[in-house]
Write a new protein. Structure first.
Length: 333
C-alpha cells in the first residue's frame, strides 16, 4: 500500500505529544545566555524558525534560526564569543551539514551545545554536549511528519519547564483537548481539497507561523510533487500575488498579533478569484482549531492539515508518500 508509513506516522504524532506533555524535557542551559541559535537543514531549519520566534517571545533572549550551512561556511557572520546556546536539530542526527555545523560551533563558539533528535546513538547526539532524544518520534517514511511536531513541542516544553513551568499545565489541558478534533478535521479537509487540481498551493504565515507555513509548503511538495510556496503573510502583497488566478489555493495560518491585516490579505486573494482557506483558532474562519492557546503555544496543531494534504494529493496522483521522488531520508555530502 502506498503511503502506509506516512499515514501511520501522521496519526501517531498525537500520541507522542501526549507522552511529551506528561514527561517534558528540561533545558536549563538557556540560563544566562545572550543569544540562542537554532540550526538545521530542510524541515529542521523550518522547525528552527518557529522555535526562535517562540524562544525570544518567552525568554526575551535574542534568538535566531539558521540553515546549518551558514555556521559551516559563513561562521564569521554567525558565531561570536557571547555566551550562546547553540541548538542543532536533526531527525536522524546523521545529516552531513548538521554534524559539520555542530563541530564548527563547538570549535569557535562559547556557551552550550545542545541537540534534539530521534536517534540517541547518532553522530549529532554524540558530538553535542547534551542531546534530547525523542525515540517515539522515529519514522520509516522519508518525509518528516511526527518528528517535526514532536521535536518542536519537545523544545517548547523544555524552555517552558525551565522558565515558566505553569504554562505546561495549560498547554497539556488545552492541547490534548483539541488534538483529536484537529486529527479528524484536518484529515477530512485534506481528503476533500486534494481532489481539486490547483496550479499552485501557497501557504502564508506571520511571526511564529512563518516556519509552519514553510514546512507546510515543503510537506505538500515533497509528498505530491506539487508546486508550492510559502511567504510571510503581508509580504504576499509585494509581488508574489502576481501569479494568482482561479487555479490557485492560498492557505492562511491566522495569527493573533496580525489578525486584522491578515484578513485583509485573505479578502484580496478572494477578490482576485483564487481560493483562500483560513485556518485560525477562533472567529469566522474556514477552519477553527478551538484550542484557546496563544499563537506561540498552538503551532503544532496547524501542521496536520498540510501533512494530510500532501499525503492525499500524492495518493490521487499515484505517487508513494513514503518514497517521494528524488529524495532520501538522510542527506550526506
Amino acid at each position: 500500500m502506498h503511503g502506509e508509513y506516512t499515514l501511520q506516522e501522521i496519526e501517531e504524532q498525537f500520541r507522542v505529544w501526549e507522552e511529551l506533555l506528561y514527561n517534558p524535557p528540561y533545558i536549563d542551559e538557556i540560563d544566562n545566555k545572550d543569544e540562542v541559535i537554532y540550526f538545521g537543514s530542510g524541515t529542521s531549519y523550518y522547525l528552527a524558525l518557529s522555535l526562535a520566534s517562540f524562544t525570544q517571545y518567552y525568554t526575551g533572549i535574542t534568538s535566531r534560526a539558521l540553515p546549518s550551512q551558514e555556521l559551516i561556511f559563513f561562521s564569521e557572520t554567525v558565531i561570536t564569543k557571547k555566551p550562546t546556546l547553540y541548538f542543532g536539530i536533526s531527525r536522524s542526527g546523521e545529516t552531513s551539514e548538521i554534524i559539520m555545523a555542530m563541530e564548527r560551533a563547538k570549535s569557535l563558539g562559547k556557551g552550550n551545545f545542545l541537540s534534539i533528535t530521534t536517534e540517541g546513538e547518532s553522530q549529532l547526539a554524540i558530538k553535542s554536549e547534551r542531546a534530547i532524544v525523542i525515540s517515539s518520534a522515529r519514522e520509516n517514511s522519508v518525509v518528516m511528519t511526527k518528528s517535526f511536531t514532536s521535536m518542536l513541542l519537545g523544545v517548547q516544553l523544555g524552555i517552558l519547564n525551565s522558565i515558566k513551568s505553569q504554562e505546561i499545565y495549560l498547554l497539556k489541558e488545552r492541547l490534548l483537548a483539541s488534538s483529536q478534533e484537529v486529527l479528524v478535521t484536518s484529515k477530512n479537509w485534506a481528503n476533500e481539497i486534494s481532489q481539486k487540481d490547483y496550479k499552485e498551493i501557497i501557504f502564508l504565515g506571520s511571526g511564529p507561523f512563518y516556519g509552519i507555513a514553510c514546512e507546510s509548503a515543503l510537506k505538500v511538495r515533497e509528498m505530491s510533487s506539487s508546486l508550492t510556496s510559502a511567504y510571510h503573510t503581508l509580504e504576499f502583497r509585494h509581488g508574489p500575488k502576481a501569479s494568482l488566478n482561479r487555479n490557485s489555493l492560498v492557505v492562511m495560518l491566522l495569527s493573533d498579533s496580525a489578525i486584522e491585516e491578515e484578513l485583509k490579505i485573505a479578502e484580496e486573494v478572494k477578490n482576485i478569484g483564487a481560493e483562500c482557506i483560513i485556518i485560525g483558532d477562533k472567529g469566522e474562519n474556514n477552519i477553527n482549531i478551538n484550542s484557546n492557546l496563544n499563537e506561540y503555544l498552538r503551532l503544532v496543531l496547524y501542521m496536520p492539515f498540510a501533512q494530510f494534504l500532501g499525503y492525499y494529493k500524492a495518493i490521487k496522483k499515484g505517487l508513494d508518500p513514503d518514497e517521494p521522488l528524488n529524495l532520501t531520508q538522510v542527506v550526506k555530502i
